[in-house]
Design a protein around this ligand. Sequence first.
Ligand code: ADP
Ligand code: MG
Length: 705
Amino acid sequence: MPVAPASAPAAPEVSSAPPPAKPAALSGPQKAMRKLGLVRDMDLVLHLPLRWEDATRLVRLVDARVGEVVQFEATVTACEVVNRGRRQLVATVEDGGARCELRFFHFYPTTRRALEVGARVRVRGELRHGLFGLTVMHPTLSVAGSPLPSSLTPVYPTVAGLPQTYLRRAIAQALQRADLSETIPPEFLDQNLLSPAWNGRLALTFLHQPPPTECPQTLEDRQHPAWQRLKAEELLAQQLAQAQARRERARLRAPVLVSAPGPQALPERLLAALPFALTGAQNRVVAEVAADLARERPMHRLLQGDVGSGKTVVAALAAAVAIDAGWQCALMAPTELLAEQHFGKLVAWLAPLGVEVAWLTGSQKKAERTAALARIASGQAALVVGTHAVIQAQVQFARLGLAIIDEQHRFGVAQRLALRDKQAANGFEPHLLMMSATPIPRTLAMSYYADLDVSTLDELPPGRTPVLTRVLSNARRGEVVERIRGQLAQGRQVYWVCPLIEESEALDLRNATATHAELTAALPGVTVALLHSRMPAADKRAVMAAFASGEVGVLVSTTVIEVGVDVPNASLMVIEHAERFGLSQLHQLRGRVGRGAAASACVLLYEAPEGGRLGETARERLRAMVETHDGFEIARRDLAIRGPGEFLGARQSGTPLLRFADLTADAALLEWARRVAPQLLERHPDLAARHVARWLGGKSDFLKA
Ligand code: ADP
Ligand code: MG
């Protein structure tokens, strides 16, 4: 049934019966509510208005002011459908000698019935001067003489098929039913931030049904104490969920992983065999990880370090500790290419020391896989490296003690939880080390990642050369090809990354293929290779090997090389359509060059939209890439430009973003919530549990991964 915007009677008092509590089949509006995630009473209560309208007052039509939203009652003196360029319903209403025209472009039989000549109607809408005198376009109609609402009328975010009147009624009823008892004892309320005059119930009731004395504009400004209170509650729920997760983890038992001291210990032997000495930062981080591993409760640590900061060797040393203690270690990477690089490196480092490394991936042959699974189940394979295949149900570890996840933000929450659950049968939880080259900005670290311990590699290994970054219009592509020639002539190698076309992998590929052909033609005598995500794993491996050996001069690729690829002789990176990439992604890509001693450069090619200039945001982002090489700074700017949504990626899915609070604007409330959450949990666990359930329902699990 179509929803007539103007025909439904607005007065809530005359509305029909409430929706049945447990219907056999969902009605249209109920389905629409479900689509909006409005299932529990609390979901409805937390669905706050977009704006408010004042329907509490009537004016006399003669006194009504043009340009204002007014509400008056009048008698219908004419009503007809006319064609003034467009078919429309036009009614005339009169009261106290004044006359007004009502016009509708969309109308339904109910609209016409409400406007029968002689009927008395209540009209609400913006009064204007029209061609035919005073006019209200698409007014809201209701029954004249019905009681006026005693509060401002909320206007809620909604979807097609869910009329405001239905939603208002459902929310008003939920507000009656929901348990809104106080969960924050007065001693926790910081009077500088939160007015003791407001509790959750008052704040919610106020925002859903503000008194007529309140000005709608003041309400829309989220600084109102009622909003402050809700934002504080929301942040507190988030902090509590994480503090709870931390405590639950603290109750779990993990194997104590220490390697015997002395030069014969596996980590010592690995260190001795490495062709380099650890940086100060690596030494510090290795010690932090080792201290965690030596505890009885599971480690839950994020290792963040800029691209090229040397996270892999830290992972290898952690694995060596676990293996030395007699346990297994699993390392999972988001792409086959990356997993493969890790496998290669770890085998080279650890196999000579007598460690058996198994390889697991989706594309593997059955026999090979069966053999790997058997070695993992028997415990013979001490280290398992692979892609998502590592967490599949058939994979049984004999004694998993440590799980390492590289590029953790690329994995879904469910996948990370699955890796941890691998060990549950044994009664021991594995230690978890997550690694990421995308540093978490401080506010996110304090909120979404509050339950993580963080180690940071803030120092690059010596001998790196800064990458000179240039932003060029695609019109200057010819110059870039010249530059490639120059690099090749010096024996260097070049990456060319093709645009990311979000809608379609097929288009991605077509583009990369075209560029590959173009460069092959422009660079006779040079081997230009193509790498893309749809290639069979063996082909990708062959191409990467050829690039690593120097046989391939230019590697044209889709974004599959984003993470992990390590070819120190590559000194130039060209990124086409750079404006389509996220900043952190550009930074990761750029990190593929500047790994050797040669001066390296990164060219960001952009294409302005048809005839125009690149937008301000896009320019600001590319400028950021030129101005800084610090991954933290880039992440900070990325967050400022894009907001946390995309940043959070996988951790985010299934968890609502903060709906009311803003991490930047409400930093003071965030600090408050961080301070209060552990105390509330300690002193009033029942209140804490109620608070989390109220705000997060079943979603709090997602914050634990
Ligand atoms: P990322 O942190 O991006 O994963 P990698 O672990 O791939 O970085 O390390 C980048 C490169 O630096 C690798 O070739 C690695 O072997 C090398 N490397 C790591 N640590 C050091 C060090 N302390 N000194 C010299 N080279 C190092
Ligand atoms: Mg890495």
